[in-house]
Design a binder for this molecule. Structure first.
Ligand code: FES
Length: 141
């Protein structure tokens, strides 16, 4: 248990440094504007990212944030992944997470670990997102 805690703590520190660097770069490049949006994907996550509590992401499963069109998974304890929740088959929103990320439109299933298609008609992985861990909060961008 203490090992997992240390792992998350270390990532939290690294993530915080990365976030600070990103803010610094944005501030330098946006001529003083406080607007930080630079999303070209239009996925709805926004520049600030979408926050999810680590406790809301089950080990060996995941949660769908439909509004932001993302799915966050925890394939193994303390390892968090995030992907676009838009199915790569015909663009339905994925509908559930069990031991796979599932799209009910035509029953495609994707890996919790890397978003790769494991069953159904989809042939392309779900695009991965960046997960930043800070304490008990995940930020997906
Ligand atoms: S749109 Fe997801 S399986 Fe067809």
């Amino acid at each position: 248990m203490s090992d997992a805690g240390q792992g998350i703590g270390r990532r939290g520190v690294l993530a915080a440094g990365g976030a600070a660097a990103a803010v610094g770069l944005t501030a330098c490049g946006s001529s003083g504007s406080s607007t930080t949006s630079s999303s070209a994907e239009g996925a709805g996550a926004g520049a600030g990212g979408t926050s999810v509590k680590t406790a809301d992401v089950p080990v060996g499963g995941g949660v769908i944030e439909a509004g932001a069109k993302i799915v966050v998974t925890q394939p193994t304890e303390g390892t968090f992944k995030a992907f676009s929740a838009v199915c790569t088959h015909q663009h339905c929103l994925v509908s559930g997470v069990t031991s796979t990320i599932n799209c009910s439109c035509h029953n495609s299933q994707f890996s919790l670990t890397d978003g790769s298609p494991v069953a159904g008609p989809a042939r392309t992985p779900l695009p991965s997102k960046t997960v930043t861990v800070s304490g008990d909060t995940l930020t997906v961008s």
